[in-house]
Design a protein around this ligand. Structure first.
Ligand code: DAH
Length: 338
């Protein structure tokens, strides 16, 4: 019996020393120590022994069992330790590696110019206001001194939603919305998106304008000239040539268009300025009495000037872009240049 026990123990220990994985150790454990394993089976054979020998044999079996269990545990924990190390090694992160950069977005060139214009007028004490893009005929036309049958409505190819509702064709309706709510003194700019049924290299059905106006007692055409000259000098440079030309808008009287010396050719005449040496930049004028009447301002007490400009046109001139449609194609190769 003792011999058999020692034989089994030796065999088990030698198998254990050759085990190459946790699974092998578990198999050895089952084979020798399991409920029907080799060593517990010896206990059954004890019945054949004389009573004096049984105690001794029992103790010997238990010792062998304990010894083997201890070795099995050692083997298991060494495999577990190895597994853990392996896992840690695989999951190791190099904290000295630089992070992956998330490329920062950039502002669209139209937004950049819009911001620049806002910045200049904000510095002159103008407030920034907004109005709806889906507008009533009343605000877009009627209240701006453009009654239903007025021929000047043809100047703006309108997207109508129904008889009374349309997509605003300019930011001028914000003048009316602001003056309806507030009393002078007013210094306001209204940047925003406008819509017209028009599409070619210099026109897109959607584009951006900034409207501006100033109303108070005693505002004159020299205020208009002073503010807009200062604005254009800030935007295009202090020695940019500027000229005021008489023009017509239904909502101003007198009206003017304001040109700058061509930024492309310096005034010699080129394709961009169509040989004239000048570029039209702003529409402006003294607010028409009909407009003041629509908002119940006393035309004897107040006067004011208004102006409007197209943002894309300014962006094209400042960045030297010759096709307006590039702004709206969202080609990153184009947009990344700004
Ligand atoms: N609303 C005009 C347009 O879209 C631009 C304009 C001209 C606005 C003269 C004004 C102005 O306020 O006084 O063509």
């Amino acid at each position: 019996m003792t011999e058999k026990l020692n034989g089994l123990l030796k065999e088990a220990l030698s198998e254990l020393s050759k085990a190459s994985a946790k699974e092998a150790v578990l198999l050895i454990k089952a084979k020798y120590l399991g409920r029907k394993g080799e060593i517990p089976s010896l206990l059954k054979e004890m019945g054949a022994l004389p009573p004096e020998g049984r105690k001794q044999a029992g103790e010997a079996i238990n010792r062998a069992k304990d010894r083997l269990e201890e070795e099995v545990e050692k083997a298991l924990s060494s495999f577990q330790e190895r597994e853990k190390e392996e896992k840690l090694r695989k999951e190791r992160v190099d904290i000295t590696l630089p992070g992956r950069r998330i490329p920062p977005g950039g502002k669209h060139p139209v937004t950049q110019i819009m911001n620049e214009v806002e910045e200049i007028f904000y510095g002159l004490g103008f407030d920034i206001e907004e109005g709806p893009e889906v507008e009533l005929d009343y605000y877009n036309f009627e209240a701006l001194n453009l009654p239903k049958d007025h021929p000047a409505r043809d100047m703006q190819d309108t997207f109508y939603i129904n008889e009374e509702v349309l997509l605003r064709t300019h930011t001028s309706p914000v003048q009316i919305r602001v003056m309806e709510k507030k009393r002078p003194p007013l210094r306001v700019i209204a940047p925003g998106t406008v819509y017209r049924r028009d599409s070619d290299i210099t026109h897109t059905p959607m584009f951006h304008q900034v409207e501006g106006f100033m109303v108070d007692k005693g505002v004159t055409f020299s205020n208009l000239k002073g503010v807009l000259t200062l604005f254009l000098h800030k935007l295009f440079g202090e020695d940019t040539g500027i000229r005021f030309r008489p023009s017509f808008f239904p909502f101003t009287e007198p009206s003017a268009e304001i040109d700058i010396r061509c930024v492309i050719c310096g005034g010699k005449g080129c394709r961009v300025c169509k040989g004239s040496g000048w570029l039209e930049i702003l529409g402006a004028g003294m607010i028409h009495p009909g407009v003041f009447r629509a908002v119940n301002y006393d035309t004897e007490e107040y006067s004011g000037f208004a102006f409007g400009l197209g943002i894309e046109r300014i962006a094209m001139l400042k960045f030297g872009i010759d096709d307006l449609r590039l702004f709206f194609e969202n080609d990153l190769r184009f947009l990344r240049q700004f």
